[in-house]
Design a protein around this ligand. Structure first.
Ligand code: PMP
Length: 404
């Protein structure tokens, strides 16, 4: 049985007051809170085994290296990747996408196409624009409809032999739309295009199976899955990772260096130049173990309840419009209230202890589509409650009264 109070007791920050009120944390799309096991694991790393990895023969270095590689194996198992060297530690989703886009700059040619979607975070747009500027490739965009869903007939129409890579998110951070990525992956493969999935918003809610999906790359961030900041994962199929050039040069990623020529290390080290964020890499494994102990089936079922309840309650508010109204949605509600700027609502409810995101959510093209400056985004995690939703809805009503 899923017991939310038992879960909440594992997150010390949730029992805090903010501005004199009990914290209601609905900004999980930006970053997730950390359970005590994760906080303890960080402290334990620095108290007991801090040393540089893959270098020293001394005991602490061995212990740190072993813990780092155990974490890699945990993540391999979690994603069901075929090999552990297909798991590359990065600093986050953003770096994972930049690494792949940079690599593809040596593969694509002028006239080739790279496809993204209308629902992308800026971090899955800008690196591809860099790549297009360097190569002369063209950026093609899969459009969306008024519900915030991708128009698949347009995707089919735009896809061609010129398409070399399709980069889309699994779940939209701004609207919560769950994209039909299996369809996109299979279709893209039928024309020989590779597929990168931005899993930043999906990994907190579900467990992706990269072999079943058959995606070529899958990226996510540690801080959104109850882990530390400054670490993320790039999963890549072995064949692609072997084909792409290294992203950064430095220690760790080499086989042999001379002034005439340098050869590169085998996977995964080829893509892991320099001293990584060792503690965060190790503790990301702890966070993934923690989420699996809560259980992704429990998480999905409970968050669906929160989404339905939150949607129903918010719809009581006159003049409130929700953006992202498709069938398949994660626990994210993006909305505006007629005649009121989203920042004003956000500022007032912050005084009442409620944390939500206001603004464009790093998705300006989505805001342009709806012709709005931004939205108020409440994003729920499995440790949130219906009582918190009630507090939030009353606070939004109060803000509306104050601002009208
Ligand atoms: N993609 C999506 C869909 C996101 O929600 C985010 C974070 N808001 C990112 C990419 C970027 O993640 P990070 O800042 O952790 O690199």
């Amino acid at each position: 049985m899923f017991d939310v109070q038992k879960v909440r007791a594992q997150f010390p920050i949730l029992s805090q007051t903010v501005n004199g009120k009990p914290l209601v944390y609905f900004d999980n799309g930006a970053t997730a809170q950390k359970p005590q096991v994760v906080i303890d694991a960080i402290s334990q790393y620095y108290s007991e085994i801090n040393a540089n990895i893959h270098r020293g023969v001394h005991t602490l270095s061995q212990l740190a290296t072993d813990a780092y590689e155990v974490s890699r194996n945990t993540i391999q198992k979690h994603l069901n990747a075929k090999h552990n060297h297909e798991i590359i530690f990065t600093s986050g989703t953003t770096q994972g996408i930049n690494l792949v886009a940079n690599g593809f700059a040596s593969i694509v040619k002028a006239g080739d196409e790279v496809m993204v979607s209308a629902l992308e975070h800026h971090s899955n747009i800008v690196p591809w624009q860099f790549m297009c500027e360097r190569t002369g490739a063209k950026l093609v965009v899969i459009p969306m409809n008024d519900k915030g869903e991708l128009i698949l007939s347009e995707f089919d129409r735009l896809l061609s032999e010129k398409t070399k890579i399709v980069a889309v998110n699994h779940i939209s951070n701004a609207l919560g739309t769950v994209n039909p990525i299996k369809y996109i992956i299979d279709k893209a493969h039928s024309v020989g295009a590779a597929v990168l999935i931005d899993g930043a918003q999906a990994t907190p809610h579900l467990r992706p199976d990269v072999q079943e999906l058959d995606c070529d790359f899958y990226v996510f961030s540690g801080h959104k899955v109850c882990g530390p900041t400054g670490v993320g994962i790039l999963y890549g199929k072995e064949s692609w990772l072997n084909q792409l050039p290294p992203y950064q040069g430095g220690g760790e990623m080499i086989k042999e260096v001379t002034f005439e020529k340098t050869t590169y290390a085998e996977l995964p080290h080829k893509f892991e130049a320099g001293t990584p964020n060792i503690e965060a890499g190790i503790v990301l494994g702890t966070a993934i173990d923690y989420l699996n102990s809560v259980g992704f089936d429990n998480i999905a079922k409970y968050e669906k309840e929160l989404l339905e309840y939150g949607t129903k309650r918010l719809q009581e508010i006159e003049g409130l419009k929700i953006y992202g109204t498709g069938e398949n949605k994660a626990s994210v509600i993006s909305f505006n209230i007629e005649g009121i700027h989203p920042y004003d609502i956000g500022t007032i409810i912050d005084k009442l202890g409620i944390a939500v995101r206001t603004g464009h959510h790093c998705t300006q093209p989505i805001m342009n589509y709806f012709n709005i400056p931004g939205t108020i985004r409440a994003s729920f995690a499995f440790y949130n409650t219906k009582e918190e939703i009630d507090i939030f809805v009353e606070a939004v009503k109060k803000a509306q009264r104050m601002l009208s």
